[in-house]
Design a protein around this ligand. Structure first.
Ligand code: 2P0
Length: 321
């Protein structure tokens, strides 16, 4: 039995739309920061006595689309290892559902890593990233710590993530502002597909997101918080603009989301270096230096409760327990 730990990540340049649904190939590159504190531990054991895969997530048997995705990854591992053995999978998420952070990235990165090792495969990090991608696109990035780029690629082998800066030796962190932690009505998978198929803004999104990649790489390597933050905020707003153009139109924003976006802009006008990003949900992540956390949280306390605020620091790549 092998147990692997993977951490969640937040995209600074978003993955938003698949050019190949079966292989999970995105239209554009994305860049993320892996976070500490929130992770998934997954144990995998291939067992000749099993008649089917046994999948437990947080002690509960997994069914539906989640189980289907797990089996898809296990089938690829079996193919690579030339094996027909079924597996038992035990996964524990240390990403509280109340944290408003996605656990699919950490879950499938941990599954790919534990599964490959349990099958006796000695895969490179790139190969693990490709394998994790087949569970969930954003999982390809959670193989690595720090700042990570997922290359969109054009086929299975060319679509993988790679570190830009594994050890983040400068002061950057995120303040997550929890607006609503209930299950969202439109999943990322469905939201991005709807936008690809119906939003006239989608081609403009792909063009601008791809154009953001080089400047974002440079901002990270130069440890330039202002440029990184401006690019991330603009990229997130453009991603959300595609949803307004979809048919039927939709948005992940809620009234409080807009209030926080405005507060961040106002703080910036007052000279505080802080920037917003928003994933496929209503919660806002504020990118800033940890030395400004206290000031920003104090200013936000006029519009949100302290228990809606959560600080996330840069985190590591895969570890085996
Ligand atoms: C991201 N998101 O880059 C973007 C930003 C949401 C908004 O990756 O369909 O759960 O499983 O490949 O990875 C969430 O999408 O989607 C996501 P699938 P996934 O982080």
């Amino acid at each position: 039995m092998v147990t692997a730990r993977a951490h969640t990540n937040i995209a600074l340049l978003k993955y938003w739309g698949k050019k190949d649904i079966n292989l999970i190939l995105p239209y554009n590159d994305s860049i993320s920061l892996t976070l500490d504190h929130f992770y998934t531990d997954t144990s995998v054991e291939f067992d000749p006595s099993l008649k089917t895969d046994e999948i437990l997530v947080d002690q509960q048997p997994s069914a539906g689309s989640g189980a289907k995705r797990v089996k898809r990854v296990l089938n690829l591992i079996r193919k690579l290892g030339d094996s027909t053995m079924f597996a038992s999978v035990h996964s524990t998420n240390h990403v509280p559902s109340t944290a408003g952070l996605a656990s699919s990235a950490s879950a499938f990165a941990a599954l790919a890593s534990a599964g490959a090792k349990a099958a006796g495969l000695n895969l490179s990090e790139r190969e693990l990233s490709i394998l994790a991608r087949h569970g969930s696109g954003s999982a390809s990035r959670s193989i690595f710590g720090g700042f990570v780029q997922w290359h969109a690629g054009h086929d299975d082998q060319s679509s993988y993530a790679q570190p830009i800066q594994r050890n983040v030796d400068w002061d950057i962190n995120l303040i997550t502002v929890l607006v609503d932690t209930s299950q969202k009505k439109i999943s990322s998978t469905n939201g991005m597909q709807s936008v690809v198929e119906t939003s006239p803004f989608y081609p403009a999104w792909v063009k601008s997101a791809q154009a953001d990649v080089k400047p974002m790489q440079t901002a990270i390597l130069n440890r330039n918080l202002a440029t990184l933050g401006e690019l991330a905020e603009q990229n997130a707003m453009r991603m959300h603009a595609t949803t307004f153009g979809a048919v039927p139109s939709f948005t992940y924003f809620q009234p409080q989301t807009l209030a926080i976006l405005t507060a961040v802009r106002n703080m910036r006008k007052q000279g505080v270096e802080c920037y917003s990003t928003v994933d496929a949900g209503p919660n806002v992540k504020i990118i800033c230096a940890s030395s400004d956390n206290e000031l920003i949280m104090h200013k936000l306390s006029k519009i949100v409760h302290q228990d809606q605020l959560l600080v996330c620091k840069p985190g590591p790549g895969i570890t085996y327990l």
